[in-house]
Design a protein around this ligand. Structure first.
Ligand code: SAM
Ligand code: SF4
Ligand code: SF4
Length: 348
């Protein structure tokens, strides 16, 4: 007798209410971080008494792996490990090893680079092939003001170097631009990474969470960033690597590499958003700006079967109609008391 067809509900219907397929999964493996970036975990809010999660609340590696495998069966093709700072999660390379073995999954990880010099080799050996490192300036004074814990640029650069030696490449370098804080670092960053083989990507400052006090006038539009760089180094646009890629790609006309801009505020890309986020404690969020997650940890710990979990996920995805960035206005509230989830918890 033939094997039964897949029972995964998303194998039958995989689009949400706005006809977007499920393709990407971001997994936050810890809500903790050793940085206090002003736009993400401002230290006035994430101070010494901040109630981070207890160990028992975190999904175990086995639980994460099980959910990832179920989601892979439902259309997910790309998994990004994030946080908080993912390299702070004890023995995260063991999780990488498990996820790297999932069929047809492109696995990647975003890090602040602080522990990369120590961990790059083990991560690569565990099967991680792609890496994104966040870096908001190439001069120490600005970088230290952005990370707010006096972390030195050279230690992140050493991490990037170690990652290159370990076999990662091209590495993506993410720079969040906040007007008045690090916009003067745009050109020095472009000059530094031009010709390095790494891909520098500029990210518009977003109103995630409820603690960064976001204001629209602090966003430097991607078009302004491109115009600024283009004045010094001629640029030309290039095609996206795949449908729905969030970064718009540009290359230096002299052949010295490419850059990207992620214009989440000024050129929203909700219409193609295929991302689902799994928080550190096992809640699924259908949008970075969601106010509520869907608890899968309880299902897992109550002994639910894969089919039951898959059905629950299918229902969540099929009901999805988020498009926050398309309907955001300059007056979008970001004040303390608003209920948006912090990025460090939901995973950037
Ligand atoms: N700690 C890791 C890191 O910084 O790379 C991973 C988690 S972090 C939340 C993921 C990404 O989100 C980083 O590149 C960070 O710069 C970006 N990010 C955080 N807050 C942001 C904001 N308000 N606007 C735009 N990007 C932000
Ligand atoms: Fe930490 Fe990353 Fe947020 Fe910075 S952006 S505070 S490094 S989680
Ligand atoms: Fe996707 Fe929500 Fe961001 Fe729009 S606002 S791109 S739906 S995560």
């Amino acid at each position: 007798m033939d094997a039964p067809l897949s029972k995964s509900p998303l194998a039958v219907t995989s689009a949400d209410r706005l006809r977007r397929p499920l393709r990407d999964l971001r997994i936050s493996v810890t809500d903790r971080c050793n940085f206090r970036c002003i736009y993400c975990m401002p230290k006035e809010v994430f101070g010494p008494g901040y109630p981070f999660m207890r160990r028992a609340e975190l999904l175990s590696f086995e639980e994460i792996h099980r959910l990832a495998a179920i989601l892979a069966g439902q259309g997910v093709r790309k998994i990004r490990l994030t946080g908080g700072e993912p390299l702070l999660r004890e023995r995260v390379e063991l999780l990488v090893e498990q996820l790297a073995m999932l069929d047809g999954i492109d696995l990647t990880l975003t890090t602040n680079g602080s522990l990369l010099a120590k961990k790059a080799q083990a991560l690569h050996a565990a099967g991680l092939k792609r890496l994104t490192v966040s870096l908001d300036a190439i001069d120490d004074a600005t970088f230290r003001a952005m990370n707010a814990v006096d972390f030195f640029v050279k230690d992140v650069l050493n991490g990037i170097e170690a990652a290159s030696h370990a076999g990662f490449g091209p590495i993506k370098i993410n720079m969040v631009v906040k007007r008045g804080m690090n916009d003067h670092a745009i050109l020095p960053m472009a000059r530094h990474f031009r010709g390095s083989g790494h891909v520098l990507r500029f990210i518009e400052y977003m109103d995630v969470g409820a603690s960064n006090g976001w204001r629209m006038d602090e966003v430097v539009p991607a078009s302004e960033i491109i115009a600024m760089i283009n004045e010094e180094f001629a640029l030309e646009p290039i095609a996206e690597n795949y449908a729905g890629e969030v970064a718009k790609r540009w290359r230096y006309q002299d052949g010295s590499g490419e850059i990207g801009v992620i214009a989440s505020v000024t050129q929203a890309f909700c219409a193609e958003c295929s991302r689902l986020r799994l928080s550190t404690d096992g809640k699924l969020f259908t949008c970075l700006f969601a106010t509520q997650g869907h608890d899968l940890r309880q299902l897992l710990r109550d002994g639910a079967s894969d089919d039951v979990i898959a059905t629950r996920i299918a229902g969540i995805w099929q009901a999805r109609e988020d498009r926050y960035s398309e309907i955001r206005t300059a007056a979008t509230p970001s004040a303390p008391g608003s209920k948006k989830i912090e990025m460090s918890y939901i995973g950037g």
